[in-house]
Structure formats: C-alpha cells, structure tokens
Design a protein around this ligand. Structure first.
Ligand SMILES: Cc1cc2nc3c(=O)[nH]c(=O)nc-3n(C[C@H](O)[C@H](O)[C@H](O)COP(=O)(O)OP(=O)(O)OC[C@H]3O[C@@H](n4cnc5c(N)ncnc54)[C@H](O)[C@@H]3O)c2cc1C
Length: 467
C-alpha cells in the first residue's frame, strides 16, 4: 500500500479541524486534512449556520404574517406566503458559499485535503477509504495527529430516527412544514428549531424531562423565553418523558411527573436531546486513550494521553460549541509549531438563538457565590433602552456580575432580541480583566442595545443614568 507522509494529520474538517489546518499551514507545517463528508463539519452543514438561516427566514415570515393584521407601524401585507423549498435552497446556497470558502482557504494555504473516512491504525497512522468508486484505500502517516471528529446526535431508545422521527439535520431541510411537530428536548437546539417551525406555521409541542426549559441556563434568563413560547402558542410539557410512538405511529406517548400517560399527535417528532462525542466507528479504541465520560480526555493544551495525539472540539467534551473548537484548533497548531500556548479562556460565550435570544458569558450570580466570590450584581432592562423601543424589542435585560472587592467583572448575562451580538463585548471585557469602571467609562454609541451594557455597569456602581 502506498503510504503518504505528513507532519500533521487532522481527522475531521469541522470548525476545529479546518481552523487547525489553516493555522498549521500558515506556520509552515505540512498538513493533511481527512474529511469523510463536507468541509465545515456539523457547524457549517447541519448546525450553527443552517439553523440560523432557518431561524432568520422564520422570523421574516412571522413578521410578514404579523403585518397582515393591525400594525402599529402602519405596514400592511395582503397575504404572507412561504415557498419552503425556495427557503431551503437559499439556506443551502449560504452553506455552499461557506463550505466552498473553507475549501478555498485550505487550498490557498497549501493544506492537502483528502476526501474519505479515516480509520485509525495506530497513533501515527490512518487508513482512508476514499470517496471515489473503485479507489484503493490510502494510508497516511503523520508526526502529529489531531482528532477532530466532532459529535453525533443522541437518539431516544425505543424511538429510532427514521420516518416521522427526525433529527436536527432533517429538520434543517424540510420539504414541507408539518402541521403538528413534537420537539423532544427543551435545550437550545430543540427550542431554536421549535420557535422557527412555529413561526413557519406548525403547531409545536415541546416535551422536556426536567422541570424547566433550557435547564442548563440560569432560571431568570429563561423566564422571558418561556413567556415568549406561550405568546407564540408553543405548548410546553415539563417534567415529562417521551416513551415512544403510539401503535398507529401518529402520536408520541408521554408520561408526566405524576406518572400519568398521555398522547400528543405528531406529524413529525424532532428528537433534540443532546449530542455525544463521536468516538465510535473509526478505530479510536485502538489508541486506548484516557477518556472523561464519553469524551476524549485532554489537558489544557488539548493533549490526549498519547504523545503527539491531540483532541479538539466536540470530541473533547463540553462545552460543545463551534467557537471553542476553533480556538482549540488554532492553539494546537501553534503548540505543534513550537509556540507556548494553553487553553485557559476566562470565559466562553454560550448563545441561545431562541426568541428572545439568551447569552451567558462567565459566571452567573449563583456560580460566583458557589465559587466563594462576594459579588455585586446589577441588571438593566431593555424597556429603558431607546434602541430596543425602536426595534419593538423591549423584553429582556442585561446583567453584570462583578467582584465586590475590586469590581472586576466575572460574568455577563443577557436576554432579549439580538443580544447574541453583545456576546463579543461581554467576552472581551472578561478576557481583558475589565472592571465595572472600565465599561461604565467607555462611551457607548447611541442609540444601541449596547448602551444597556454600559448602564448595567453604571447601575452596579450605584449611578445608572437612565433608570
Ligand atoms: C442544529 C445545531 C445547531 C448548532 N448551533 C450552534 C451555534 O449556534 N453555535 C455554536 O457554537 N455551536 C452550535 N452547534 C454546535 C457546533 O456545530 C459544534 O460544536 C461544532 O460543529 C463542533 O466542531 P468540531 O470541529 O468539533 O466537529 P464537527 O463540526 O462535528 O466536525 C467533525 C467532522 O469530522 C468528520 N469526521 C468524523 N469522523 C471522521 C472520520 N473517521 N474520517 C473523516 N472525517 C470524519 C465529520 O464528517 C465532520 O465533518 C450546533 C449544532 C447543531 C447540531
């Protein structure tokens, strides 16, 4: 068998793997990237980007629909109509542009991209089944291997994917909008897609096993989301577990916290109960790496328990987010090139693109208290922000958490329309070690939602101006 040699071999071309490849090539490291499906991984193909495209289309449609009734803005639409196949083509166009762009960047930097599935042979070698009919498998050896195989959707025992039971991947490419959609899982993926489908016209019911939606988020932040779900007409069953489909296959069997059974009619069932590291089916077990739960265990440089074998992104566990995967990929490439780097971010933003959006960066008041920090907490409502009024988006607030002794900011949280865009300012202030006075003393452009960030800091100092 023909053996190809490289300095760095990367398995998986998602945001972790492709960013590692670009940075390594920039640093002069001969790099080969093996990808079994499409460059861009889950994020660009069936995750972050297509979901946000669908959410945007659903918002635009809901807005058009809204203008069919009485409108305070004086806008009237005769009849709002959506051609969902055109929406999906538009979304696919964005995905194609971005994945094509990743391919072009890899080529520009001289990364060798091999299209096929990698199987581990040993800690330096993989065999690749090429995505070409009749092609012989290719053996590749690398001085270093970065494992970046991402994560896979968790299915429900007793209700496998197929037929009416779909995953987020299918939900992102609908050929028609189901009249009745049951979403299993009230986490961010289930709620983002549930809100979008409701706005596209489905009757949506969310079934969540815990006693509140977005169970991983601070409860106060999730209240405006719960209120919005009610306003949208989304039914939410909390503390309820899905048992499977009924005998006719047209309803979901649910048991509530009191043990009562019921059925919820469903044309489609979206199972969004979480994702797990993609550790099976590609020979990972041969390396006998130390694991942490279901993820590959890594240290603060993304080293695994085997020398020169690195793991990044979702494969290395929570938080499973694209920006974390990218940051790890960039760092590992730099370490391999000889730079001194450690993965010790002060905070990694988590954003939920529900309606309204939720952002959490750093510590919540409860987390800070648990860590033994005495903190000041202040909140500024969008109801007192001029820009929010002009956007008809006065629900929600920005909250800051800062140490009482030196005013150093340890956390930001926000809920409201478009607050995802505030995550940059939140992350920067925490990463740069900003104090309340730094944010309060920065001139924030008017009129912007960002003024609520400054006002939250001012309020924590006891002298907010606009409340
Ligand atoms: C619906 C949805 C919405 C999301 N929204 C967001 C969001 O808004 N923000 C956010 O930060 N994150 C979001 N995520 C999560 C985000 O997509 C992941 O955290 C991110 O893609 C992880 O990157 P990765 O590089 O670790 O893995 P992946 O993106 O999963 O890429 C792994 C790649 O490895 C390839 N691969 C696997 N095994 C092999 C093999 N043996 N040989 C060759 N190739 C292989 C796969 O084909 C895949 O392309 C979302 C996920 C979903 C499902």
């Amino acid at each position: 068998m023909d053996i190809q040699h490289t300095n760095l071999l990367i398995i998986g071309g998602g945001p972790g793997g492709y960013v590692a490849a670009i940075r390594a090539a920039q640093l002069g490291i001969a790099t080969t990237l093996v990808e079994g499906e499409q460059l861009g991984g889950t994020c660009l193909n069936v995750g972050c980007i297509p979901s946000k495209a669908l959410i945007h289309a659903a918002d635009a449609f809901a807005q058009a629909h809204h203008f069919m009734g009485d409108s305070t803005l004086g806008i009237h639409v005769e009849k709002a109509r959506i051609d969902i196949s055109q929406t999906v083509r538009w979304k696919d166009g964005i995905v194609a542009r971005l994945t094509g762009g990743v391919g072009a960047l890899l080529k520009k930097h001289g990364v060798k991209v091999v299209k096929g599935w990698a199987q581990i042979v040993d800690g330096k070698t993989v065999d690749v089944t090429l995505d070409k009919p009749g092609a012989e498998p290719m053996r590749i050896q690398g001085e270093h291997i970065i494992l970046a195989t991402g994560s896979v959707e968790l299915g429900l025992p007793g209700m496998p994917f197929g037929g009416r039971v779909i995953s987020s991947t299918q939900a992102l490419s609908p050929d028609k909008i189901p009249a009745k959609l049951v979403v299993v899982g009230g986490g961010y993926i289930g709620l983002e897609l549930g809100c979008a489908y409701r706005k596209l016209g489905s009757d949506v019911t969310v079934v969540e096993a815990q006693d509140r939606i977005l169970p991983l988020y601070d409860e106060e932040l999730t209240k405006p989301v719960a209120a919005s779900l009610r306003k949208l007409g989304i039914q939410v069953h909390l503390g309820s577990k899905v048992q499977g489909l009924n005998a006719a296959g047209d309803a979901v069997r649910v048991v509530d916290a009191n043990g009562r059974d019921s059925e919820i009619a469903a044309d489609q069932v979206l199972v969004a109960i979480g994702r797990v590291p993609h550790t099976h089916g590609w020979g990972l077990e041969k390396l006998m790496l130390a694991m942490q739960g279901r993820a590959v265990k890594v240290d603060d440089q993304c080293r695994t328990s085997m020398r020169n074998v690195w793991a990044i992104g979702d494969l290395s566990g929570e938080p499973m987010l694209a920006h974390r995967a990218m940051a790890q990929g960039e760092m590992v490439a730099e370490i391999i090139s000889g730079k001194r780097r450690h993965f010790v971010p002060a905070a990694i933003a988590a954003v939920c693109f529900t309606d309204p959006e939720v952002v959490v960066v750093g510590q919540t008041p409860a987390e800070a208290a648990k860590a033994g920090l005495e903190c000041i907490t202040a909140q500024f409502p969008f109801a007192a922000n001029g820009r929010a009024m002009t956007l008809e988006a006065t629900d929600g607030f920005v909250r800051v958490v800062a140490r009482r002794d030196n005013h150093r900011i340890v956390g930001w949280q926000a809920v409201g329309a478009a607050v995802s865009e505030l995550s940059t300012a939140f992350s920067q202030s925490i990463e740069m070690g900003a104090c309340l006075e730094d944010v309060a003393g920065t001139i924030h452009a008017h009129p912007t939602l960002g003024e609520a960030v400054q006002e939250a800091a001012l309020r924590a100092l006891g002298h907010a101006l606009h409340i």
